[in-house]
Design a binder for this molecule. Structure first.
Ligand code: ADP
Ligand code: MG
Length: 269
């Protein structure tokens, strides 16, 4: 379904993504790991065309998305929703309006200017918030929510787009372990329950191992590992992160694993 061919991005003298080829045959959850500066964000940004490739192609269901322009490009961007480390919500706007923003690229400019949403969309937004356990916050301003709740609003906004691919760039890097676990569980559900392809850049090894079907390791812009979590041995991790003999998994670990408490059914008010 997704075929990345020899994708390269050059910034001046710096090759951020270097001849990357990745083939994905069916929807799954993929984790991309690697040290800071390895090219993870640049690769995701090229996938949804926030950044143009220097060379190479991205084919989705046979169509080259790297050359799309105008309305076609916007349609593709709606098809691959992006979730960011810093949530990227409109802080002063209420939660449900933030979620409704997920339909922006499908609506007319006039409707957008006057903030007119069809009732069916509002109901759908509320259903999605309900599913993510945050419907109780629908009327609050986004800025009034905790980081974990805000990231769930961002996930709701992504689902509102009904995307084929969900891209997440270090979605839990700003969250405490409990919220990190909730957000990762939610991303996993977007694959398990909705059948979407989820690609997440992750800053920790244990999260990639625990949640992903496939792990891609990047170093200096290149793919240096591509396999299952089982194949991601300490030795493989050392190659990805380029650590010396003192490499410790603890350095690339969140404490999600240490949290043995079951996931709470609802968010405490
Ligand atoms: N807009 C940009 N202009 C110039 N260099 C950039 C830009 N974005 C990223 N880079 C460089 O590209 C490399 C890869 O960055 P990035 O994709 O952000 O890595 P990662 O997400 O793995 O930390 C880094 O050397 C970074 O400095
Ligand atoms: Mg990054």
């Amino acid at each position: 379904m997704l075929n990345i061919e020899n994708l390269t991005k050059i910034f001046g003298a710096n090759t951020a993504v270097d001849n990357v080829s990745i083939k994905v045959d069916k929807p799954m959850m993929i984790g991309v790991i690697g040290a800071s500066g390895a090219g993870k964000s640049t690769m995701l940004r090229m996938l949804n065309r926030l950044e143009d490739a220097s060379s190479g192609r991205i084919l989705f269901d046979g169509q080259d998305v790297t050359s799309l322009q105008g309305a076609d490009k916007r349609r593709w961007q709606a098809d691959c929703a992006m979730i960011f480390q810093q949530f990227n919500l409109v802080p002063r706007m209420d939660v449900v309006s933030n979620v409704l923003h997920g339909t922006l690229n499908k609506r007319s400019t006039t409707a957008t200017l006057f903030n007119l949403y069809p009732t069916s969309d509002i109901h759908r937004a509320l259903d999605i918030l309900e599913r993510l356990g945050i419907a109780g916050h629908a009327a609050k301003r986004a800025e009034a929510l905790s980081g974990g709740q805000q990231q769930r609003v961002a996930i709701a906004r992504a689902v509102m787009q009904d995307p084929k691919i969900v891209l997440a760039d270090e979605p839990i890097a700003s969250l405490d372990p409990m919220n990190a676990q909730i957000v990762m569980d939610d991303l996993r559900r977007l694959h398990d329950e909705d059948g979407r392809l989820v690609i997440a850049n992750l800053h920790t090894l244990d999260t990639a191992r625990r949640y992903c079907d496939r792990v891609i390791g990047m170093r200096h812009g290149r793919v240096v590992f591509d396999g299952t979590p089982d194949q991601l041995t300490t030795g493989a991790a050392r190659d990805i992160y380029g650590a010396d003999a003192s490499f410790s998994e603890a350095a690339t670990s969140t404490s999600i694993e240490a949290l043995n408490t079951p996931r709470p059914a609802a968010v405490p008010a």
